[in-house]
Design a protein around this ligand. Structure first.
Ligand SMILES: Cc1cc2nc3c(=O)[nH]c(=O)nc-3n(C[C@H](O)[C@H](O)[C@H](O)COP(=O)(O)OP(=O)(O)OC[C@H]3O[C@@H](n4cnc5c(N)ncnc54)[C@H](O)[C@@H]3O)c2cc1C
Length: 373
């Protein structure tokens, strides 16, 4: 079959590989001019490990393993560790693989069979139903058109394909009341040591080190949902406003780093909830269909299991999408429900709302014997 995949992130590349090795003719369109390899470390957990193993990439993924999360400590205003996160909350098992998002994206891209084309700097603009027997007519932003047997929307949290199939994002997004911001720390000495998180009520600031570099990490509670994704200055202002008046630990210098970073990144923790992930000959995989939010720590694993289940079900159904898509959804849905339900405890632990909540969190962690801070 001729299949068009929107997005060359984890979900899109994994789908492209899984379907190409089964003999399908795959075209990937990626809006960015090149592979997007930024991002903090992500986790491959549970059945996603098997998905990576079936792709023959497990040993390589393990070679890129980092151990960022297990080195996290909560610190007080002087930087003294006061508590740590239990390992049981950082990973499901010892087999979990934490690695840089960019390393995984490069691995998946490098594993694409010859003949899979990635068209960078292009995007699907419209999808016309050519009639269920005939395929889908896609028009790209570049002006190219083509008829495809199937279209896969793997274009992330703000998926354009989802918009074409199911309407605007606001209809399906659930804001979780907290924002994440990342800023590079180019001058941070690579001294190793713990990754620190410091809390003030409703806010956290931290320094995470991995891969020889360091990043400032912020989270803050906010119900607002009206930040413009393309307005970098406005996003920086939102962070500075959120921390206004807070000067403990390293907060002022970390905010300065955010102010100076041209690649500054801010995102709301938001989930996507859809009653179905397919319509006609088009189907959503990964964050496009069911973003669980970074707080779940499971978005990448969901992208990998989704790609695997979709490819397997298409194979089992002999390419009949009317059978394969619902089966893919049935297999994937329990993983998604679990991940989406898991976020609330994570938010309260990482960004407690009050001083009393911060103290209670630290006390509970110490009492649970999470190990010496
Ligand atoms: C640059 C970047 C950094 C990230 N950093 C983190 C992080 O630090 N921590 C974390 O937990 N998660 C992060 N994520 C999200 C994480 O990668 C996903 O939650 C998870 O891996 C699921 O992947 P996905 O392929 O569904 O979505 P994504 O990884 O978001 O990939 C979607 C891809 O689709 C492309 N795209 C978007 N719109 C279009 C369009 N209209 N047409 C064509 N292509 C399009 C994007 O450029 C991207 O390459 C990041 C995502 C990106 C894109």
């Amino acid at each position: 079959m001729k299949i068009l995949v929107s997005g060359a992130g984890v979900a899109g590349l994994a789908c492209a590989r899984e379907l190409a090795v089964r003999g399908h003719d795959i075209t990937v369109v990626e809006r960015a001019p090149r592979l997007r390899v930024t991002g903090t470390p992500i986790d491959i957990r549970g059945d996603a490990i098997e998905a990576v193993e079936r792709m023959g990439l497990l040993a390589e993924a393990r070679r890129h393993r980092v151990r960022m999360s297990e080195a996290v400590r909560f610190v007080d205003a002087e930087g003294t560790p006061v508590a740590r996160i239990p390992m049981s909350e950082v990973s499901d098992s010892d087999d979990d693989i934490e690695l840089l998002r960019g390393d995984l994206v490069r691995l998946l891209a490098g594993a694409l069979p010859a003949g899979v084309a990635i068209r960078f700097g292009d995007a699907i603009e419209s999808l016309g139903n050519a009639g269920d027997d005939e395929g889908v007519d896609a028009r790209l932003a570049s002006g190219d058109t083509g008829r495809y047997d199937l279209v896969i929307g793997a274009d992330g949290q703000h998926s354009a394909v989802r918009g074409l199939l199911f309407g605007p994002e606001e209809k399906h997004a659930r804001h979780l009341g907290v924002y994440l911001a990342l800023a590079a720390l180019p001058d941070e000495p690579d001294a190793g040591g713990p990754n620190a998180i410091h809390n003030v009520p409703g806010r956290m600031a931290g320094v995470f080190r991995y891969g020889g570099g360091a990043v400032a990490v912020f989270q803050f509670r906010s119900e607002s949902t009206d930040l413009d994704r393309r307005d970098l200055d406005g996003q920086k202002r939102a962070l500075l406003d959120a921390f206004d008046g807070h000067r403990s630990w390293r907060i002022p210098e970390l905010l300065e780093a955010a102010r100076a970073d041209p690649e500054f990144f801010l995102t709301p923790a938001a989930q996507i909830h859809l009653p179905a992930w397919h319509r006609g000959r088009a189907v959503l995989v990964g964050d496009a269909g069911h973003c669980a939010a970074y707080l779940s720590g499971r978005g990448t694993s969901l992208a990998l299991t989704g790609a695997r289940f979709l490819a397997e079900e298409l194979e089992r159904a002999g390419g009949d999408h009317t059978h394969a898509f619902p089966r893919y959804e049935r297999r994937q849905r329990p993983y998604v429900d679990f991940a989406q339900d898991s976020v609330h405890g994570g938010r309260d632990r990482i960004v407690p709302a009050t001083w009393a909540d911060i103290a209670a969190r630290d006390e509970a962690l110490r009492a649970a014997g999470a190990g010496a801070p």
